[in-house]
Every structure is written in structure tokens, then in C-alpha cells.
Design a protein. Structure first.
Length: 113
């Protein structure tokens, strides 16, 4: 196996196995060694959400910007922080990444309140 490869199957070919002695590969053993995780990605099926409270604004047309400070386990860019709802007193965001322990700096801006 090359370095960094993921083993999926193990194959055992008996000695002296040739096209003449075993033309249909009936004596060859193929073993599944994959690691199956049927519950993954549980978090992406039900994304993590956070609600943030704001001082009350006159309307919900404010602009939101996000900076990802840190994340563990997977890449997490600013586009992975997705606003899902806005209100005059707060907003809700979802994490669209497989990352863990994400720390985000956010800014809500509005020209006229």
C-alpha cells in the first residue's frame, strides 16, 4: 500500500494460482476491512445552530459578517457560518462544516437604526 492510502479490502491469492489452475478466481479470498460509520455525518444531517441576542434594532435588514478565529478537525471558512434567521433582537446561524470547537467573531452592521 502506498503511504497515506486507506485500506478497503484485503486479497489473498493462494500460491501457484494461475489462469490455468484457477481461471475464475474461485480460490482467491477477498476480505472487507473497511471502517464503516453509518451514523456519520450525524452533525451535518442536523447542523449545530446558535442564536445570538442583539440590542433591539428598528428592522432586521442589518448586515452580518463573520471571521473564523479557530476550528478543529476540519476546515471551516467564513462561508461555513450560515445565517438562517434574523430578527430585530438577534439572529441564528448554522455551522455548515464538519469542524469542531469553532470560534467565530461576528459583526452586525446597519447604517440607520
Amino acid at each position: 500500500m502506498p503511504a497515506g492510502a486507506i485500506t478497503l479490502y484485503s486479497i489473498v491469492i493462494p500460491p501457484n494460482s494461475t489462469d490455468a489452475t484457477d481461471p475464475n478466481l474461485t480460490n482467491v479470498t477477498l476480505t472487507d476491512v473497511r471502517r464503516l460509520e453509518p451514523q456519520f455525518p450525524l452533525l451535518l444531517d442536523s447542523p449545530a445552530t446558535v442564536s445570538v441576542v442583539l440590542n433591539t434594532l428598528s428592522a432586521n435588514d442589518y448586515r452580518l459578517s463573520f471571521d473564523v478565529i479557530s476550528a478543529q478537525g476540519a476546515p471551516c471558512e467564513e462561508k461555513c457560518i450560515v445565517p438562517t434567521s434574523r430578527a430585530t433582537n438577534g439572529f441564528t446561524v448554522q455551522l455548515a462544516s464538519a469542524a469542531d470547537n469553532v470560534t467565530v467573531r461576528w459583526r452586525a452592521s446597519k447604517l440607520n437604526n
